[in-house]
Design a protein. Structure first.
Length: 289
């Protein structure tokens, strides 16, 4: 398969060896490590499946299969073949297709979802619960009202990334500064550098996603409250955008467990030892299928 990109974002994508899977009309890179109960890992917008490298290295011999993917136009993947723009609802369609294709002969996976990946996972868990065994939600989107402030902020962020996609000369240094606040934790340093290096390549997808976050349908709180699967919120407490203070009211109305971690957006990258211990404790107490 021929893919045309400068190869910077591929470095943030799933690690080799990986395979290709077709889901919801597009092609995705998928890596699988270990053996046992399946765990499907969903990264934040503009990142890649390598976000979960520290996690799968810690979990490889503990009786779990760690499965990572790249979202369209990120990591190793080409753009979405359907022409659909990046959004939690589109990624939920893709997620449902991935689960149906990749786990058809086995148990449904525990899904770890970060940011837009967490929002997509909640949509699927609410609408197609048989596809998901349990959820670990890491600073997910979609749990605050899309009010005037949210619309204005999301429009500004989308504009920032549109400028990057157009090739604005100031974008790369500005993006580097921004991402050092998103992932400030030292353990995330190498992946943060890969994400920053690929900023121009992923700017278009980031612009699409941020525009979607400012629409009314991005508010999925009602879906969260419908989910009947076991849930753990693993919150990186230093998040300046998806802050715990703004999201706590919605989370508190759910049946989920909550645990706080060091970091700015992605506990599994920024506080990997504590996150892995919490994940394993949560996963091992799940009811048998």
């Amino acid at each position: 398969m021929q893919i045309t990109y400068e190869n910077l974002r591929a470095q943030a994508g799933v690690a080799e060896p990986f395979s290709w899977i077709d889901a919801a009309g597009t092609r995705l890179a998928l890596s699988r490590r270990g053996a046992g109960a399946p765990v499907l890992c969903l990264h934040a917008i503009g990142h890649g499946g390598r976000d979960f490298e520290a996690f799968w290295k810690r979990m490889h011999d503990k009786g779990f299969e760690i499965v990572c993917l790249d979202w369209p136009g990120q990591g190793r993947n080409p753009d979405d073949a359907t022409g659909a723009e990046a959004s939690a609802s589109r990624y939920a369609e893709i997620l449902a297709g991935v689960i149906a294709a990749a786990f058809v002969l086995g148990d449904p996976p525990i899904v770890i979802g970060n940011s837009i990946g967490g929002a997509a996972a909640m949509i699927v868990a609410a609408k197609q619960p048989a596809l998901i065994r349990a959820l670990v939600l890491c600073n997910p989107g979609g749990l605050v009202a899309v009010d005037g402030f949210a619309r204005t902020f999301c429009a500004a962020m989308s504009g920032f990334f549109r400028a990057g996609a157009r090739g604005a000369i100031w974008f790369s240094p500005a993006f580097a500064i921004f991402y050092k606040t998103v992932l400030p934790g030292r353990p995330a340093r190498e992946q943060r550098q890969r994400i920053i290096a690929a900023g121009r390549e992923t700017a278009g997808v980031l612009a699409q996603a941020w525009a979607s976050f400012g629409r009314a349908e991005a508010d999925i709180r009602e879906l969260l409250w419908r989910i009947d699967r076991p849930m753990l919120f693993a919150w990186a407490k230093g998040d300046r955008i998806v802050s715990w203070a703004r999201n706590r009211p919605a989370v508190s109305r759910s049946s989920a467990k909550v645990q706080m971690f060091r970091g700015g957006h992605s506990a599994f990258m920024e506080d990997p030892d504590a996150f892995t211990a919490a994940f394993e404790a949560f996963a091992r107490q799940l009811p048998e299928r």
